[in-house]
Design a protein around this ligand. Structure first.
Ligand code: GLY
Length: 596
C-alpha cells in the first residue's frame, strides 16, 4: 500500500462515517505561545472551548484531517528508525459529539478491518488514574468488549497517557493508545478538561483547580503517517518507506541503493532537508529567532552532512525535486510551484554558512585553547549565527575543551537574552494603555488610531505596488505599524534599485490621489483565495474571512485577507514616502515608510 493509498483510505473511512475533510492548517500556528503546529488538534482548539462553532464553519461536529506537523523536541532522536522533525498526522475529531465508545470502535475498525492488521500484533494502553484524574475504566471495558485480552492492555501514567494543552492552555484529557508490533501508532485523546499551564505541576487535591470542565468535550486523535506507512509496508525504518526511498536514492545514487541500509548521515540529510523545504514553502526564512532559527539549524546541519559525504552541489536541487515532484505532487502541489524560491533560500543560506564557518574558525583560533563556556558560545552564536551543534563541532576540530554544563549555560544565556528583548518590547508599548493591539497595529489613543489606520491601508497599497513593479515573487513576510511609521517585510532576492523604489512610491501615491474606495466583505476562505485575495501565508485563517478591496470590485488595485481597520477612501491617507529599504535576512527585504 502506497502512502497515497493510506491517506485516501483514512480520509474516506472517516468521511463515510460523517466526518468533514478539513485541509491541513499552516505549520505556523496563530498561537504565539507555540512555535509550530505539533498536532492536528491545534487548528480545532476553539471548537472544544466553545469559542467557535464547527457547524457554522464547516457544517459538521466531526472532522478528519492530515496535518503537517513539526516536533523540534525530537530533533536529537532523528536518525533512529522512527523519529522525524517534520511529519504528517492523520486525525479524526469530534467536538461535543461522539465519545469513547465510537472513537475506540473507529480505531479498531480502521486498523483491524480496513487495514487488515492481525489482532495479535496489537497492544493497547489506557490511563491508569492519579490524584486529579480517575482511571479510564470505561475505555478498558470498551477494549475488552472488542476482544482485546487483559494481557494486551497496559496502564500508563500521566506522562504517557494524558494529553496536555498545546501552548499555554487548552483542551486536555486522558488518552488510549494503539501499539502495533510494539510501536506506538495511534493516540486517541478524550478531551474533557481545560487545563492551564500549571496543570502538570499540580499534585494533591489542590491541583484539581487546574482542570476546568471543557465547553465541548470531544475526541482528538493523532496517528503519524510515516510510522503507519512503515508498518504497513513492512519496513524496519521510516526511511525505507515510499515517503523516503526516493530521497535516499537521490543522496546515495540509485545503483547503490540496495547494497546496505541507509546511514545516519543520509537520514539526517533526508529528514532535515524535507522539513526545511516544507518550512520555506510555508513562508519561514532562516534567521536567528523563533521558527527562522529552527530552519537555520536544520539547513546548516543538512549542509554539514552533505559536505561530510562529499555530495555534489546539485544535491539540493535533486532532493527538492524528488520531494516536490515524486513524493508530494498530489498532496502539496505548492512545493512544486515554490521550488525555485525554495532553492534560492537554500543556496543563500549555504553561501552564508560557508562564509560564517571561515570567520568562526578564525575567531576560534584567536581565542586559544582555554575551555569554552556556554556563555561565550552563545556570544559566538549571536555574532556568527552558528548553531550550537556547529560550535561544538568546531571546538572538537580545534581541540578546545568545553566547560562543565556547557549546554545548560548556553541555554541559560539564550533565555536571558530572549527575556531582555521581550522586556524591551513591553517597555515600548507597556505603560501606554493600548486601545488597539492586533499584533500588527498598535495605538494608544484616538489620534494614534487614526494614524495607524491610514498607515495600514498604505501598507496594502505598498504590498500591491511591490507586486506590480517587482513581480509576483513578492510575498508579505511581516508587518508592524506604529503611529509614526509602517514597516513591511517581504520576500525578494536582492536590493531594490533607486528607480524601483521611486516607481513603487509613485504608484502608491497615484492610487492615493485617485480617491479609491476601500470596501470590506466577509466570505469563506476558499472563495476569497479564488477571488485573488492575497493571504499572509504565515497566518492561519478562520473559515470565514474578511477581505479588504481597494478600488472597483471587478478590477481592484489591491485585495487582501485582513482583520482591518482601514480607511474608507484612499484620499485621506496623505503623501506616502519610503524612508528605508534594507535586507533583514537571506531573501527578505524590509521597507520603512511614512505618510505625511
Ligand atoms: N493530539 C493527539 C496527538 O497528537 O497525538
Amino acid at each position: 500500500m502506497t502512502h497515497l493509498e493510506i491517506r485516501e483510505k483514512f480520509l474516506k473511512f472517516f468521511e463515510e462515517r460523517g466526518h468533514k475533510i478539513v485541509p491541513s492548517s499552516s505549520f505556523l500556528p496563530n498561537d504565539p505561545s507555540v512555535l509550530f503546529t505539533t498536532a492536528g488538534m491545534q487548528q480545532f482548539k476553539p471548537y472544544y472551548t466553545g469559542e467557535a462553532d464547527p457547524i457554522k464553519d464547516f457544517g459538521s461536529l466531526n472532522a478528519v484531517s492530515i496535518q503537517k506537523s513539526m516536533r523540534t523536541s525530537d530533533i536529537d532522536e532523528v536518525g533512529d528508525e522512527s523519529h522525524l522533525t517534520f511529519f504528517e498526522m492523520l486525525g479524526n475529531f469530534s467536538f461535543g459529539n461522539y465519545w469513547k465508545k465510537e472513537a475506540i470502535q473507529y480505531g479498531y475498525d480502521f486498523i483491524i478491518k480496513e487495514l487488515g492488521v492481525p489482532i495479535d500484533r496489537i497492544k493497547i494502553s489506557v490511563f491508569k488514574g492519579d490524584e486529579q484524574v480517575p482511571a479510564d475504566l470505561e475505555s478498558l471495558e470498551i477494549w475488552r468488549s472488542l476482544g482485546i485480552t487483559d494481557e494486551k492492555i497496559i496502564f500508563g501514567e500521566r506522562g504517557d497517557n494524558f494529553w496536555g494543552p498545546t501552548g499555554n492552555r487548552g483542551p486536555c484529557g486522558p488518552t488510549t493508545e494503539i501499539y502495533i508490533d510494539g510501536l506506538e501508532v495511534w493516540n486517541i485523546v478524550f478531551n474533557e478538561y481545560f487545563c492551564d499551564s500549571d496543570y502538570a505541576k499540580a499534585s494533591s487535591d489542590e491541583g484539581r483547580k487546574h482542570f476546568l470542565p471543557l465547553a465541548k468535550r470531544g475526541i482528538d486523535t493523532g496517528m503519524g503517517l510515516e510510522r503507519l506507512t512503515m508498518i504497513l509496508q513492512k519496513k524496519s525504518s521510516v526511511f525505507e518507506t515510499d515517503l523516503f526511498v526516493p530521497i535516499i536514492e537521490e543522496i546515495r545514487g540509485k545503483n547503490l541503493y540496495d547494497l546496505e541500509k541507509n546511514t545516519y548521515a543520509e537520514r539526517i540529510i533526508a529528514d532535515h532537508l524535507r522539513a526545511a523545504i516544507f518550512l520555506i514553502a510555508d513562508g519561514v526564512l532562516p534567521s536567528n529567532v523563533t521558527q527562522g532559527y529552527v530552519l537555520r539549524r536544520l539547513l546548516r546541519r543538512a549542509i554539514r552532512y552533505v559536505t561530510l559525504l562529499k555530495l555534489p552541489n546539485d544535491i539540493y536541487q535533486r532532493v527538492a525535486h524528488v520531494i516536490a515532484h515524486d513524493i508530494y505532487d498530489m498532496t502539496y502541489p505548492e512545493l512544486t510551484e515554490k521550488q525555485k524560491e525554495i532553492l534560492e533560500v537554500i543556496e543563500k543560506e549555504k553561501n552564508k554558512f560557508e562564509k560564517t564557518l571561515v570567520g568562526a574558525r578564525k575567531g576560534f583560533k584567536q581565542r586559544g585553547k582555554k575551555p569554552l563556556s556556554g556563555k561565550e558560545a552563545f556570544d559566538f552564536y549571536q555574532s556568527w549565527g552558528l548553531p550550537i551543534e556547529q560550535i561544538k563541532e568546531l571546538a572538537i576540530e580545534l581541540e578546545v575543551p568545553a566547560e562543565q554544563d556547557f549546554e545548560k549555560n548556553f541555554e541559560n544565556a539564550r533565555k536571558e537574552h530572549l527575556a531582555i528583548s521581550a522586556h524591551g518590547a513591553e517597555k515600548k508599548f507597556g505603560g501606554h494603555g493600548l486601545i488597539l493591539d492586533t499584533g500588527e497595529l498598535k495605538a494608544g489613543n484616538e489620534e494614534e488610531l487614526a494614524r495607524v489606520t491610514r498607515l495600514h491601508t498604505a501598507t496594502h497599497l505598498l504590498h500591491a505596488s511591490l507586486r506590480k513593479i517587482l513581480g509576483e515573487e513578492v510575498h508579505q513576510a511581516g508587518s508592524d505599524i506604529t503611529a509614526e511609521r509602517l514597516r513591511f517585510d517581504f520576500t525578494f532576492p536582492r536590493k531594490m534599485t533607486t528607480e524601483e523604489i521611486k516607481k513603487v512610491e509613485e504608484l502608491v501615491n497615484e492610487t492615493i490621489t485617485q480617491n479609491l474606495p476601500v470596501t470590506m466583505q466577509e466570505m469563506p476562505y476558499e472563495e476569497a483565495i479564488k477571488k485573488g485575495a492575497l493571504a499572509f501565508f504565515k497566518l492561519k485563517y478562520p473559515p470565514i474571512v474578511k477581505v479588504y478591496t481597494v478600488g472597483p470590485n471587478d478590477a481592484p488595485f489591491s485585495r487582501e485577507l485582513c482583520g482591518g481597520p482601514h480607511v474608507t477612501n484612499t484620499g485621506v491617507i496623505g503623501n506616502f514616502k519610503i524612508v528605508k529599504e534594507e535586507s533583514i535576512s537571506a531573501g527578505t527585504r524590509r521597507i520603512r515608510a511614512i505618510v505625511e
